[in-house]
Design a protein around this ligand. Structure first.
Ligand code: G
Ligand code: G
Ligand code: MN
Length: 260
């Protein structure tokens, strides 16, 4: 599979998709997360999370990460996106964050593409961030100084320590979909969703609920106070070429709903 991934990269078969992040109250888009995908026929039938794992093992994750950042730049030049204040989230692997020259490399890319770092949010998975061999605080702070915002992804899956959450300037946490998907049936999941929301609020960190699939989940989260949501209820990940139109459509239907 490593060979197939390598070929995909070499022959331009990486096909980033974007999934909207919306305002739960209105459905209006606030931004989007880019997700790694390959073109039809490449790595067929292989789950994207598996190919990301393999990419990490065979040392292709840096190259994939760079392609995804280029995808974000491309999207930010689309008139419908450029003229909005939508923010694009890009997932980073810890491998990228362990390279001291990573901040310079992204700075160069953004300068070459004339893209402002404030339009990009970098997502880091909780388990990797907590790892003692994980990215250094100095490096994360450098990225923030460059204008990027940071999001802690899959929040709650490893009981992130409250103190450590304070030590790094995360602007967002993303509550893992396993909690959201049980919020209707499980009192424990509900309590955790509420606790994570309150904790982030106390720290002045924005919270996004991931994996919202049903109107009832949306209603419960809204009632707790969540504003930001992402999930199949609003939109599936779609190819970048279709993303500007999707964002405009979400904007239009939110306006229509507000008028009714
Ligand atoms: O859609 P989904 O199955 O793509 O994503 C599966 C997993 O892969 C998620 O945990 C997500 O964070 C990760 N992932 C998706 N795209 C990327 C990417 O571009 N880089 C990295 N490092 N991880 C990604
Ligand atoms: O980066 P992260 O681990 O948060 O990746 C998000 C993952 O969640 C991706 O694999 C994406 O395809 C997936 N996803 C997005 N929305 C939904 C949803 O509503 N339900 C489920 N089951 N998965 C979702
Ligand atoms: Mn993510």
């Amino acid at each position: 599979m490593g060979k197939e991934l390598e070929d995909a990269l070499r022959y331009g078969m990486v096909h980033p998709h974007a999934q909207p992040i919306v305002d739960l109250r209105t459905g209006a888009p606030l931004g989007m997360e880019l997700l790694f995908r390959t073109r039809p026929g490449v790595l067929q039938g292989i789950r994207p999370d598996l190919s990301i794992n393999v990419a990490e093992e065979v040392g292709l994750i840096d190259a994939i990460g760079f392609e995804m950042l280029r995808g974000a730049c491309r999207l930010l030049k689309e008139p419908a996106i450029a003229g909005s204040d939508l923010v694009i989230n890009v997932n980073l692997s810890v491998h990228q964050l362990l390279r001291e020259d990573f901040p310079d490399e992204v700075a160069q890319l953004l300068a070459a593409e004339a893209v402002d770092a404030s339009r990009i949010c970098l997502e880091i998975t909780e388990s990797r961030w907590l790892d003692p061999d994980g990215p250094s605080r100095v490096l994360l702070n450098r990225l923030v100084d460059q204008g990027f915002s940071l999001a802690l992804d899959d929040f709650g899956t490893c009981y992130a320590s409250l103190l450590r959450l304070r030590s790094v300037p995360f602007r967002h946490v993303k509550v893992d979909k396993t909690f959201v998907q049980e919020v209707e049936e499980s009192e424990e999941a509900f309590a955790l969703c509420r606790a994570m929301f309150e904790m982030a609020k106390a720290y002045g960190i924005q919270v996004t609920a991931e994996g919202v699939e049903t109107p009832e989940q949306r209603r419960i989260l809204e009632e707790v106070g969540y504003i930001r949501g992402q999930g199949y209820l609003f939109a599936r990940p779609t190819p970048l070429e279709e993303t500007p139109a999707l964002m405009m459509e979400l904007q239009r239907s939110a306006r229509r709903a507000a008028l009714n």
